[in-house]
Design a protein around this ligand. Structure first.
Ligand SMILES: [Zn+2]
Ligand SMILES: [Zn+2]
Length: 291
């Protein structure tokens, strides 16, 4: 929360400074095209965002010298009055970098989308409750189906519930793997503030990246309870023979996965330059590698 609040304050103060001086960074056609594409996808994986950035600059003859983050800053300076922002985040399962267009004005579940009926949003909210309550950031389809039977707005039958769940996956609000549901990177990025306000102490931040941690490893020292995302643990403990909790120094008893993580890994990904710019953003569920 601190990081993001500070981040948006930074953008806001900078926007004010620039506008008060009459110097708000102007968007070119390449910025506008990038914005259109990210609006269309909602979220894009880092390598795809970089490919789209390059494509937009080439298409409009803009010099492609500035970094993607600077390019995005210019767009964000114009989005600020609309309470929108392109934000950078990480997928909890693979540690891939994502760019998402998010609403920074109190996004709660009820405002998440007008495409969903009240009982469908209540089902999503109940799914979030289950995910927050769980140890590993998942909710089983069985538990969600049980909730559907006791919705306040209007009950849902099994078939209808399954249809709503598959729509939530399709729209990239939830990910699903073997009947277990997790919050998508898009949900976490878009609703971070809402999640922190609603669940408060139940939600922990990753000790390494300080973002909300659902799918993560937890310190085995019960009184410590530090959580670390799996890709963050892979990066942090890489090559350490005696992994210890960064807070209490208890032995870190979890398996440390060997995974390619970090933005550098994606930046060097050769697929970035060959990927079709118009291809839909890979959602977590589609792009998951087996490990
Ligand atoms: Zn982390
Ligand atoms: Zn600990």
């Amino acid at each position: 929360m601190k990081k993001n609040a500070a981040g948006s304050r930074f953008v806001l103060s900078r926007w004010r400074k620039e506008t008060s001086a009459g110097m708000a960074a102007a968007m070119s056609d390449s910025h506008r095209r990038f914005l259109q594409i990210i609006m269309c996808h909602g979220i894009m994986e880092g390598s795809q965002a970089r490919a789209v950035h390059q494509h937009c600059c080439q298409a409009y003859g803009t010099q492609h010298t500035r970094s993607l983050d600077e390019f995005v800053d210019t767009i964000n300076s114009q989005l600020q009055p609309l309470f929108m922002q392109i934000r950078k985040g990480m997928s909890e399962d693979e540690g891939l970098q994502y760019y998402a267009l998010v609403n920074v004005a109190d996004t709660d579940v009820t405002k998440m989308s007008s495409d969903y009926a009240a009982n469908e949003l209540e089902l999503f909210r109940k799914t979030m409750d289950l995910i927050v309550d769980s140890e590993n950031g998942t909710a089983s389809s069985t538990d969600i189906l049980n909730c559907a039977d006791s919705l306040q707005t209007s009950k849902m039958k099994k078939k209808e519930t399954e249809q709503v769940l598959s729509r939530l996956v399709q729209d990239k609000w939830l990910n699903e793997k073997h009947g277990e549901y997790t919050l998508s990177t898009r949900s976490i990025m878009e609703m971070e503030q809402y999640i922190r306000n609603t669940y408060q102490d139940l939600v922990k931040s990753c000790a390494i990246c300080h973002n909300i941690a659902f799918q993560s490893q937890m310190c085995s020292n019960q009184s410590c309870g530090v959580k670390i995302h799996i890709p963050c643990a892979a990066r942090y403990y890489k090559g350490r023979a005696d992994p210890r909790c960064p807070k209490c120094s208890e032995f870190w008893s979890h398996e440390i996965p060997d995974m390619q993580t970090s933005s550098q890994a994606t930046a060097l990904n050769p697929r970035a330059s060959t990927k079709d710019n118009a291809a839909p953003a890979a959602s977590g569920s589609q792009s998951r590698r087996s490990r």
